[in-house]
Write a protein that binds this ligand. Structure first.
Ligand code: SAH
Ligand code: SF4
Length: 395
């Protein structure tokens, strides 16, 4: 057995305890309460702790500062103490690709040498960052590239919010300390639609998004954050209750038969159970609608009958429907529906009174579109295998 040989892979999140670095503790990803506790544990008087958290928070999340020495409203002695006990660390960018359409795809490395992908999609006067919540995904949706990646671990809250901080670094979008708030933002929206199932990493996703929404820091409104789930029914209500962001459901099929094949979690929580959870979804405000994502797969789920069934199924749920032309990846067992088919499907939905935008694939030339993400190391491993098979080498 060589050093690099890995343990047998299971469908469970590998529960290898994350080996905490022996050295200083990372402040990134701590909630305000947690930060207060660690400051007190390191000797900050209780009476001062809340104020100190406020100051440090503003530097880290308001101004993007990573060096305690720059925190000029803290005494020199306190700054030195902080630097001894703590670090301010975010994932490291391994590579960055820029698509013809301006989409940026980052490969970032997190503790343990794992890698995840992050995608920035610029739009007119706004921009969306698609972030990952897990390395790989334990689920195996048959049309999703990420679902073919076996190695999985949950990202920490720091690694999740760290992706947002990394993108703000790259976009050079941290305001100068003391500068007035700029209302137009390059990074104005976040979608949890990268690698992983966010509701299988609920607490870390929640804590990270609370940091993103905090009025003293990155300050994104809860309306500008969307969490997409394949349908982890027991956790759905908590999204509204504990995070308050927008909810998107990877619906993708109108019969249990087809959904079992596309989104296997349907075997655990089928359409009826899922729709029941959505009907009783505790809305934060009355105007809010749930987004139904629907990937268009040629000959699989794209008939007129599917469109009519979809409308019947979601009847009574405040909804918008987002049609996603299937994004191809090497070896994918599906094809994208034709443009005419997608338009005909959209038309039926539109006539039934629903907004039915068709999502424009972005960054396809750099494999950055929905469902194309997979760690480069995994990809490299696979292509090596493929090369070996082609040349008849290896085993
Ligand atoms: N795990 C979560 C979030 C990540 S996937 C979920 O499944 O909802 C984000 C969206 O991309 C989901 O709606 C997913 O179904 C969709 N998707 C996955 N693979 C795709 C592909 N190849 N083409 C188009 N959309 C895809
Ligand atoms: Fe996981 Fe979502 Fe891909 Fe399904 S579609 S395998 S839940 S990332």
């Amino acid at each position: 057995m060589t050093m690099t040989q890995t343990a047998p892979i299971t469908q469970d999140v590998l529960t290898i305890p994350r080996k905490l670095p022996e050295g200083p503790k990372n402040l990134v990803g701590l909630t305000r309460d947690q930060m207060r506790e660690v400051l007190i544990a390191h000797g900050t008087p209780e009476k001062q702790a809340k104020m100190r958290v406020g100051q440090i928070w503003q530097w880290i999340y308001g101004w993007g500062v990573r060096d305690f020495n720059e925190m000029t409203n803290l005494s020199k002695a306190f700054r030195a103490e902080l630097a001894e006990s703590f670090v301010i660390e975010i994932p490291e960018v391994v590579s960055k690709q820029v698509s013809e359409d301006g989409t940026r795809k980052y490969l970032v490395r997190i503790a343990g040498g794992h890698e995840v992908e992050v995608v920035y999609i610029p739009e007119d006067s706004r921009g969306t960052l698609c972030i990952s919540s897990q390395v790989g995904c334990t689920l195996t949706c048959s049309f999703c590239h990420t679902g073919t990646q076996k190695l999985v671990r949950n990202l920490t809250a720091g690694e999740i919010i760290g992706q947002v901080m990394m993108a703000r670094d790259d976009l050079n979008e941290w305001p100068e300390p003391g500068a007035p708030k700029d209302e137009t933002r390059l990074l104005s929206n976040i979608v949890l639609m990268g690698m992983g199932e966010p509701l299988y990493n609920f607490e870390n996703v929640r804590d990270a998004m609370k940091i993103a929404m905090d009025p003293e820091g990155i300050q994104l409104s809860r309306r500008r954050i969307t969490l997409s789930t394949s349908g982890v029914v027991p956790e759905i209500a908590r999204t509204a209750q504990e995070i308050g962001c927008q909810l998107a459901i990877s619906f993708h099929a109108t019969t249990d038969d087809v959904r079992d094949r596309l989104v296997p979690i349907n075997k655990k929580w089928n359409l009826e159970v899922l729709l029941e959870a959505l009907r009783s979804y505790p809305k934060v405000s009355n105007s809010e609608r749930i987004t139904f994502e629907y990937v268009m797969l040629k000959g699989v789920n794209d008939s007129d009958a599917d469109a009519h069934r979809l409308i019947r199924l979601i009847d009574g749920i405040p909804a918008k429907i987002n049609l996603i032309p299937f994004n191809e990846w090497p070896g994918a067992p599906y094809e994208r529906s034709s443009n005419n088919r997608i338009r005909a499907f959209a038309d039926i939905i539109y006539k039934a009174g629903y907004a039915s935008p068709i999502r424009t694939p972005r960054g396809e030339d750099i494999m950055a579109a929905c469902g194309q993400l997979k760690s480069a190391t995994e990809r490299a491993r696979k292509s090596r295998r493929e090369i070996e098979a082609e040349t008849g080498q290896g085993g």
